[in-house]
Write a protein that binds this ligand. Structure first.
Ligand code: CAA
Length: 260
């Protein structure tokens, strides 16, 4: 399969998928999202001998710095909901993938990037990795599952603080809070992820798939917080505040929010 924004390398059944938009800090534009969808729904399931998948970002500065702000700047509330629902569907494909998917977080994992890492089964962070959900800086909320998965990993106390303050945390704090499984020096993240996939692939494959399925089932509540997030993301996408927040980001200045 040909990709514009993903590099896919196969090493003895371990696929390393690199999001390859280094100049935009690997921001997730719609083409990249489409390619992730095709990869997880068509390409990867058809590969024989697949042991697991490592997701990482090109360069040494960012894993993924979020959804591509420049691209969704002009969306209205309805289109914002469509964008969020699409992102949820793709990230559920990752979370429900029956083989281990490990995020090798090699720098900024912000907004949609933090959400992408959280949709993976395990996370390895380099010492310089930084995590955060800075959407409120833009007058937005997370739209790819961040309000739900951050609570799953951190608990409500820290999750709601990070969601409301937009503060970033470093790799060591992410480890301490239970967001990442291991912290390694830069350059060693893929080797650590490979070691884990080798270990997991020596176990019963059906059992591993059932572990993933059963763990995911723990978080299926009656009240669908993911659906709430889709609606709320759409609501924030349609605001003047988001236009102002995104314009301020692009013009590299502080936003002047009006609350509408
Ligand atoms: N979308 C589009 N472009 C982005 C981007 C993003 N999320 N993040 C970075 N870029 C671009 C910058 O615009 C810049 O491009 P130009 O050179 O053309 O100006 C380039 O990447 C390098 O970025 P900076 O110059 O800003 O680099 P820096 O070292 O000064 O700062 C950073 C790095 C702190 C990560 C900063 O880029 C930043 O704050 N990025 C935005 C993070 C963010 O807000 N993410 C959330 C996006 S919304 C979202 O993800 C919603 C959702 O849940 C679905």
């Amino acid at each position: 399969m040909n990709y514009e924004n993903l590099l896919v390398q196969d090493s003895d059944g371990i696929l390393t998928v690199t999001i390859n938009r280094e100049k935009a800090l690997n921001a997730l534009n719609s083409q990249t999202m489409l390619e992730l969808q095709r990869f997880f729904s068509e390409d990867a399931p058809g590969r024989s001998g697949l042991k697991g998948i490592i997701l990482t970002g090109a360069g040494d500065k960012a894993f993924v710095a979020g959804a591509d702000i420049k691209e969704f700047l002009a969306l209205d509330a309805g289109q914002g909901q469509v964008m969020a629902q699409r992102g949820h569907d793709i990230f559920f494909l990752i979370e429900r993938f029956p083989k281990p998917v490990i995020a090798a977080v090699n720098g900024f994992a912000l907004g949609g990037g933090c959400e992408l890492a959280m949709a993976c089964h395990l996370r390895i962070a380099t010492e310089n990795a930084r995590f955060g959900q800075p959407e409120v800086n833009l007058g937005l909320i997370p739209g790819y599952g961040g309000t739900q998965r951050l609570i799953q990993y951190l608990g409500k106390t820290k999750a709601i603080e990070l969601l409301m303050t937009a503060d970033m945390i470093g790799a060591e704090e992410a480890y301490r809070l239970g967001l990442v499984n291991y912290v390694v020096p830069p350059g060693q993240e893929t080797a650590k992820a490979t070691e884990l996939i080798r270990k997991i692939s020596s176990k019963g494959p059906v059992a591993i798939a059932k572990v993933i399925e059963s763990v995911n089932a723990y978080f299926q509540y009656d009240e669908d917080g993911f659906a709430r997030e889709v609606k709320a993301f759409g609501d924030t996408t349609g605001t003047e505040d988001f236009r102002e927040g995104a314009a301020a980001f692009i013009e590299k200045r502080k936003p002047d929010f009006k609350g509408r």
